[in-house]
Design a protein around this ligand. Structure first.
Ligand code: F6R
Length: 242
């Protein structure tokens, strides 16, 4: 079931996303949070830091599991997702660093790293709330459009659409990694609740395709239609066709 929340501005977007996460933690301080990177959740993380500073939320008993990581970037590379999470959220709240999990994109044996992440997710029990952004090609995590999708964490070749979209964060397209490690569609859909976030006119068409079109591996986000509890947080521009 999809519950669509359409907000009027950036502030409402961030407030709504942050409140959902904060209220979960107020009810269940030991919650398993599934986290995303990219530009969409940055303001939500900022608002969460404010709520933490105001004493309204604590992460000290929470666990976090990130969706994905580039392959081949050292952890301290400015664009690694581990560094992104530290800088945008973890360094500013009381989460225990050992409770924050990001798939390893540097392991010598990447297949093993993917298996290890799967085991970690299985041992964790269910993710209580999984945050998602939406790629212009319909990807969630780094599950790119393909003939077949994979359930568990795995290694992917990044789509050229994705590399081009993310080139804005690097000096040039050549520096954008070609591969990534990502939770699979199966892992994502196991979450108890999903928060899909999309902002801006450039996401309107793909969002409508994902939520109202057919279920297809050509648009991985379309499988969110099968989930029992998805909150879709959009601004007016992204939600225009819903
Ligand atoms: C990030 C991720 C990606 C992004 C998507 C949207 O961890 O898994 O699926 O959510 O590419 O990115 P932005 O938010 O930058 O438009």
């Amino acid at each position: 079931m999809l519950n669509i929340i359409k907000v009027n501005n950036e502030q409402q977007f961030n407030e709504t996303g942050a409140s959902l996460i904060a209220s979960l933690l107020q009810i269940n301080p030991r919650a398993n949070l599934g986290l995303a990177t990219g530009s969409t959740p940055v303001g939500v993380y900022k608002r969460l830091i404010e709520l933490y500073n105001e004493g309204l939320v604590s992460f000290k008993d929470a666990q976090s599991y990130n969706l994905d990581e580039y392959i081949g970037l050292p952890d301290n590379h400015p664009e690694s997702y581990r560094r992104f999470m530290n800088e945008k959220l973890f360094d500013h709240i009381d989460i225990q660093k050992q409770n924050t999990h990001v798939p390893s994109g540097n392991a010598e044996n990447l297949e093993q790293a993917a298996d290890d992440y799967n085991r970690l997710l299985e041992d964790a029990g269910l993710i209580d709330l999984q945050l998602l952004g939406l790629g212009h090609n319909g990807h969630i995590g780094f599950n790119e459009p393909a003939e077949e999708l994979q359930g568990p964490t795995h290694i992917v070749t990044l789509d050229e659409v994705t590399r081009n979209a993310n080139a804005r964060f690097f000096n040039s397209i050549d520096e954008v990694p070609t591969h990534a490690i990502t939770m699979g569609i199966g892992s994502i859909l196991k979450a108890k609740q999903i928060l899909l976030m999309a902002k801006g006119a450039d996401k309107a068409e793909i969002l409508a395709t994902a939520l109202k079109g057919p279920l297809t591996t050509k648009c991985p986000a379309s499988f969110l239609q099968t989930h029992a509890n998805v909150v879709v947080l959009v601004d007016q521009a992204a939600g225009r066709l819903l």
